[in-house]
Ligand binder design. Structure first.
Ligand code: NAG
Ligand code: NAG
Length: 349
């Protein structure tokens, strides 16, 4: 999503009122470049080396299989971050996408950098305050983490809200605009698009915005947070009484650069779409993302209170793309993630 276009041009292609607001809200939108691609998941499989499937990970370089809440503070342990906001040592990670060629081999799909941003792979991260411009939100606390999606899901039944894919016909991101994952908009699908996305595939993950105010995590990594009780976050819908604390809305946009695989003669002979997520998911319903808070001190609260917009804001420190791209981390267990592979690394969920 790009909000830097002139408002009228953007609004002209947006059929929904909410979408027009979405394009103008004072949201932080910034690039976090690739930190590492590996099988590590401190949230779902803490301490496990290696975790069941490959993730693409961005953010602070203290990312590790064990990141015990509060004791291990990413903002203290990291020496750099791959994000534009240099006080953000959080870790953000998702499953990775693969292309499965007609001959049965797999190749990792890289991520492209979103319109208006600079970096290497990774994702666009958003922190979105309510659109009314006045409702306040509370920053996450040190040690906070959460998960959206279910890596084992292969049907739409039981899928969380606001996980979706958009099929772009070109790199100018056509069809452009509109809030992501809006039911009935016809622009996004929960499953992987059936094919023919010559400009890449955008995958969105939007996290819940209400917190129980107590727990930094929960056994399923989900039940300490909730979606608004009614209405939408964007319309400042009320949080349920069980989860009264209003959080900023965190959203990931991952721009899968499928252009390398546009030649349909290399696609499956039956015409089915050739992409598969790293947990061996050809449906896309298993799409998921993890968040581990790691902003330094009160930086995120400052940015939210100042209604920071985009990837630069006087209330926050930023760094140049060359600095964020220089921040990388070695794989915990070295393995090939970019060649043609006979099978996905660990074909289990
Ligand atoms: C990183 O995770 C590994 C595996 O659980 C653990 O042995 C190690 O102590 C962790 N490193 C730090 C600095 O906590
Ligand atoms: C499999 O197909 C891909 C795409 O056509 C090609 O680049 C690769 O070299 C092939 N690998 C083998 C082992 O044939």
């Amino acid at each position: 999503m790009l909000w830097k276009l002139p408002y009228l041009a953007a609004a002209a292609v947006m059929p929904y009122t909410a979408s027009a607001q979405f394009a103008t809200a004072a949201m932080m939108r910034f690039q976090c470049s690739r930190l590492v691609v590996e099988r590590v998941d401190p949230l779902v499989t803490p301490g496990m080396v290696q975790s069941p499937h490959i993730h693409q990970i961005v953010g602070g370089n203290s990312f590790n299989a064990t990141m015990t809440p509060v004791d291990y503070d990413p903002s203290e342990e990291s020496t750099c971050t791959t994000c534009d906001y240099s006080e953000d040592f959080s870790n953000y990670w998702t499953a990775n996408l693969y292309f499965k060629a007609r001959n049965g081999t797999y190749k990792r799909v890289k991520q492209m950098v979103n319109l208006g941003l600079q970096g290497t792979e990774g994702m666009t991260v958003y922190y979105i305050p309510p659109y009314d411009g006045k409702t306040t939100v509370t920053s996450f606390k040190p040690g906070f983490r959460m998960l959206v999606g279910d890596s084992a899901l292969r049907t739409s039944a039981g899928q969380q809200k606001q996980l979706c894919h958009r099929c772009y016909t070109n790199v100018q991101q056509t069809p452009f605009g509109g809030a992501p994952c809006v039911d009935g908009s016809g622009m996004d699908t929960a499953q992987l698009p059936p094919g023919g996305c010559d400009g890449g595939i955008r995958a969105t993950i939007t996290f819940p915005t209400c917190w129980d105010g107590v727990n930094l995590d929960s056994p399923d990594h989900k039940s300490h947070v909730a979606y608004p009780a009614s209405g939408s976050f964007e319309s400042t819908g009320p949080c349920p009484s069980t989860h009264p604390v209003r959080l900023p809305q965190v959203m990931y946009e991952v721009m899968w650069d499928t252009r390398e695989f546009n030649d349909k003669s290399t696609w499956p002979e039956d015409g089915s779409q050739p992409f598969v997520y790293s947990m061996n998911d050809e449906t896309g319903y298993g799409w998921h993302g993890d968040y581990l808070f790691g902003w330094k001190g009160d930086a995120l609260q400052r940015g939210l209170d100042a209604r920071c917009f985009g990837n630069a804001c006087t209330a926050l420190e930023t760094q140049r793309p060359e600095d964020s791209m220089a921040c990388t981390k070695k794989q915990t267990v070295p393995e090939d993630v970019d060649g043609w592979l006979e099978e996905l690394p660990s074909m289990v969920m």
